[in-house]
Design a protein around this ligand. Structure first.
Ligand code: GRF
Length: 208
């Protein structure tokens, strides 16, 4: 499968995918064909460049409005003919045009146990709520915010000191689980195929 990855930050999820694919994309079932970002100067894009991958940046502020940005992002991604688009720490909500083109093939990873704590501050919100466990969710993107059908989830216990130490320490521990969850999920979707029925994702050879 051809995969385009979208990032906004450090790109450690992207790096985990690159490391898992290594020099055996056939074995993993997917190859990353391009990496895009919504801003300049991200470490995620640097990681892609280091891996010799094509990259692009679609910065909202460079477009007249959000629809124009969404259309530009759609065009930029479509150029690489992806089978799957993986949003790995991509901090923008894709629009109608993007979903018209790639709907059902866009995977997102979120650092909380959806449907709890959607949005840009899932780790902070879970901590503030006083949860005893949180975690991460890999899901298909639909027209909501972090509301699409769930593919996989991983649980992370919240420790006493984190309640004081705060978000960064907990987020790092979540990311350790998240990277493994994403690598596993993307590999299975790519190798085994999948079918989405309502809110349910059925993994396994399509059409069986
Ligand atoms: C991930 O935890 C992702 O779920 C969240 O931001 C983090 C991105 O990390 N939206 P990275 O850029 O992959 O290192």
């Amino acid at each position: 499968a051809r995969v385009v990855v979208l990032v906004s930050g450090s790109g450690t999820n992207l790096q985990a995918l690159l490391d898992a694919i290594g020099d055996d994309p056939e074995g993993y079932g997917a190859r990353i064909v391009a990496v895009g970002a919504d801003r300049y100067g991200t470490v995620g894009i640097e990681r892609a460049e280091r891996a010799g991958l094509p990259t692009f940046v679609c910065k909202l502020g460079e477009y007249a409005n959000r629809d124009a940005w969404d259309a530009a992002l759609t065009t930029a991604v479509a150029e690489y003919r992806p089978d799957l688009v993986v949003s790995a720490g991509f901090m923008k909500i894709v629009g109608k045009g993007f979903l018209a083109e790639f709907g059902g093939r866009v995977v997102n990873t979120h650092p909380a146990l959806l449907p709890s704590f959607p949005g840009a501050h899932g780790v902070r919100d879970a901590l503030a709520y006083g949860v005893k466990v949180t975690g991460c969710t890999v899901h298909f993107v639909d027209d909501g915010v972090d509301t699409g059908p769930i593919i996989a989830q991983g649980v992370v216990e919240v420790t006493e000191e984190e309640t004081t130490e705060g978000e960064a320490a907990l987020h790092e521990r979540i990311k350790e689980v998240e990277r493994k969850l994403l690598v596993e999920a993307v590999g299975r979707l790519a190798r085994d195929g999948y079918r989405i029925e309502g809110r349910k994702v059925h993994l396994g050879h399509v059409g069986e």
